[in-house]
Write a protein that binds this ligand. Structure first.
Ligand code: BLA
Length: 316
């Protein structure tokens, strides 16, 4: 049964990690990220009209090869939103949310990104308004969208602390308010995460509401290419691919990644992954399967409270 509820969790919330037995079991099936998706859809409908995406016909729900996990896919578009889609994976042992909203290329607003992987012991979270353009070198773009949102980063910096070293290349796709966190899966973290999700999504909807269309054709092309570069990165190197392959097999996973999760990678531009990220090119011209060429870095949050980048220069 996948209609899960979080209303009456069958576990104690006041046991500290210190006195919890090593074999303590967190009932993953008592949490669900479906309410995150429902909130986002309801909230979006307050601002714009959502149309079902043509992708929905082919990508909706499926069972994993071992029949133990259910994958739910939803997709929509709206006047300013090229694609709003979610992938929810639920099983006895993991709960996954991959929720994203990609604007039409006429708009340079950020891409909404919520990726949550929850297993019995720990959760991995990336929640962000991923910048379309470089927020380290382009001060104008950073101030335009993030100056008024820095309080959100500050609000959650302690509640959902920085998750430590990560793939260096990923940082270029993150904003000064990114929530990158890893923690033990508990009810209270789930509640904080939901609150952060609501705050970040409402902030994104505000940006979407207030943005005006780019009228200068070159800027439109710049936006389109930036989104295509982002899609190319994620379609090739997203950390979720491994689990997807395990759950539904190589062929279906590739289809879900390119034609659903990062739809647009074959439509928005003709450049290939190696055109954007030549450092991944092997001698025989294939793409290096390593996730990172530069290695992991950024042990601590590389943004200060004013949104200034304080990390080492990005090596890539
Ligand atoms: C781990 N997911 C991670 C990590 C990051 C992200 C940064 C830490 C490992 C690393 O540094 O690479 C997420 N990385 C992102 C995001 C962007 C990025 C959102 O560059 C965007 C630009 N995660 C998912 C889904 C699954 C998933 C759908 O989003 C499963 C289907 C799983 N993520 C997952 C797992 C890990 C992980 C299992 C830990 C294992 C690993 O690092 O491979």
């Amino acid at each position: 049964c996948f209609s899960l509820s979080f209303n009456s969790p069958p576990f104690s919330t006041n046991c500290s990690s210190k006195n919890r037995s090593k074999r303590a079991f967190f009932p993953i099936s008592s949490i669900s990220y479906q309410k995150f998706v429902q909130f986002a859809l309801d909230e979006t409908k307050l601002h714009t009209h959502l149309f079902p995406s043509p992708l929905q016909e082919k990508h909706n729900s499926m069972l994993s090869l071992d029949q133990k996990s259910k994958l739910e896919m939803l997709s929509f578009h709206a006047p300013k939103i090229r694609l709003l889609r979610s992938l929810n994976i639920e099983s006895e042992t993991v709960q996954v949310l991959d929720f994203a909203a990609f604007p039409e290329p006429e708009f340079d607003i950020p891409i909404f990104c919520a990726n949550i992987f929850t297993a019995a012991n720990s959760s991995i979270v990336v929640l962000d308004l991923n910048p379309l353009h470089d927020v380290i070198s382009q001060r104008y773009y950073r101030e335009k969208y993030y100056k008024s949102l820095l309080h959100l980063g500050t609000k959650y910096a302690e509640l959902l602390p920085w998750g430590g070293k990560l793939t260096s290349e990923s940082l270029k796709f993150f904003s000064p308010i990114v929530i990158w966190s890893k923690f033990s899966s508990t009810e209270s973290k789930y509640d904080i995460l939901f609150s952060a999700f609501m705050d970040y999504y409402k902030a994104w909807l505000e940006l979407m509401n207030n943005t005006g269309e780019e009228t200068i054709p070159p800027q439109l092309m710049v936006n389109r290419e930036a989104q295509h570069r982002y899609l190319s990165w994620r379609a090739e190197k997203d950390p979720g691919h491994h689990l997807l392959r395990k759950l539904i097999g190589e062929t279906l996973a590739k289809d879900v990644v390119r034609n659903f999760l990062f739809h647009g990678v074959d439509e928005l531009g003709s450049k290939k992954f190696l055109d954007y990220f030549p450092e991944y090119c092997c001698e025989d011209g294939t793409i290096n399967t390593k996730r990172s060429m530069a290695g992991k870095s950024y042990e601590h949050r590389p943004w200060d409270e004013r949104g200034e980048f304080i990390g080492d220069t990005i090596k890539t």
